[in-house]
Design a protein around this ligand. Structure first.
Ligand SMILES: [Zn+2]
Ligand SMILES: [Zn+2]
Length: 379
């Protein structure tokens, strides 16, 4: 019913206001999908069924967790799930702004993902045809194949995410953009969408290559169109990720599967540790669905029990992304190699206007200067 209302609203907007302005229409529709998506399940990772699974997992933690003291029945449960101080925190407010802007304008950046999937799949297919002749298309789709291929796509996508995430933590240029996600001081499910648009574009195109490596042989070998696996009419990805607590990864709700399972499957607790400022947690737990990559490559940190975590970027004197402007443009500045030299050369030759502009637009912090102290060191 909500979906019908959304479809009707879109049709009305198309025929009245937005039809002649296709780009604006696209942006408005993306924002509408984002805002209504948690309920309708349109074009968003927050499908209603996944939210239901998330609430069930949270209830399980609340009523059975040894580290939680349940108070006040279901009312207490709601207060536990949605603490006001967390959802009204300035960091959470920036999450909302970034998430809405990414939903609205992200397609401009995310186009690389679509192009890459098509181009990479076509290139892989051409390679297979060159090696083995025209597409064989011999295999009929059956349930075991469908389940196996869906699993393979999840594995390929997860490995791609792990490698990219690893690179983001090790390569300064990529870290400058990924840092926006890590500067969150509180975690709510919306924090998952707290990303710089460029990161959004890069990770999409990277994943596309891995997914295409599975899709191309499937298109080459199987008859009929590609199909994806559904459970109770809902995409298998949505149901499985929901059951594993994907939405709780960015939350204060500690849900650990225990060290045996967490060597293979990623839990919400593992990702919360990834956001921690503690030295022993730095660059650990980089996976999404399977912890096996972290285990194999030595980046797995297994908690022995619930840990007190402080979220944010370690070693920063103050929030580096205090405003939307800073969250969008500061990473671009931080990604410039030798930016300190640039500022110095500028200061020596033409006055200090690069530094002044950068400070004015919150791209670099104005270091506190003691009276009579020398020129502030560049950041
Ligand atoms: Zn990270
Ligand atoms: Zn995260």
């Amino acid at each position: 019913m909500l979906l019908d209302a959304l479809v009707n609203l879109k049709a009305w907007l198309h025929t009245t206001l937005l039809g002649p302005l296709p780009l604006l229409e696209r942006g408005v529709f993306q924002i509408l999908d984002f805002l209504t998506g948690p309920i309708t399940g349109v074009n968003t990772r927050m499908h209603w069924f996944q939210l239901l699974e998330t609430l069930m997992l949270a209830a399980f933690v609340y009523f059975t967790g040894r580290h939680v003291v349940p108070k006040g029945g279901w009312r207490g449960f709601l207060a536990y799930c949605f603490p006001k101080a967390m959802y009204a925190h300035p960091s959470a407010k920036l999450d909302y702004k970034l998430a809405i802007l990414n939903a609205g304008f992200g397609f401009l950046f995310n186009v690389t993902w679509r192009i890459n999937t098509v181009v990479a799949t076509a290139a892989f297919l051409a390679g297979l045809t060159w090696l083995f002749g025209p597409p064989a298309q011999l295999i009929e789709w059956t349930w075991p194949w469908l389940i196996g291929i869906t699993f393979l796509v999840i594995v390929a996508e997860d490995l791609a995410s792990y490698i990219f995430h690893y690179a983001e933590h090790k390569i300064p240029f990529l870290w400058a953009f990924h840092k926006v996600h890590h500067s969150a001081e509180v975690l709510t499910p919306i924090t998952a969408m707290r990303t710089h648009p460029l990161e959004y574009a890069l990770v999409g195109s990277w994943r596309a290559i891995f997914i295409s490596a599975v899709l191309a042989p499937v298109l080459y070998l199987f008859t009929g169109p590609l199909s994806d696996l559904h459970i109770l009419g809902i995409g298998a990805f949505v149901v499985i990720h929901g059951a594993l607590g994907l939405q709780l990864q960015h939350s204060h709700i500690w849900l650990s599967f225990g060290p045996t399972i967490e060597r293979f499957i990623y839990s919400p607790a593992l990702h919360q540790i990834h956001h921690s400022q503690a030295p022993q947690h730095q660059d650990k737990n980089l996976g999404v669905t399977f912890a096996i990559w972290d285990w194999m490559f030595g980046t797995l940190y297994l908690p022995k029990g619930p840990e007190q975590l402080t979220f944010g970027v370690a070693g920063e004197a103050r929030q580096p992304h205090a405003s939307l402007l800073a969250a969008w443009f500061r990473p671009c500045w931080d990604a410039v190699p030798m930016r300190d030299k640039l500022v110095d050369v500028n200061a020596r030759l033409f006055g200090n206007w690069v530094r002044e502009l950068a400070v004015r637009f919150d791209l670099i912090a104005e270091p506190p200067t003691a009276p009579g102290s020398a020129r502030p060191a560049s950041q």
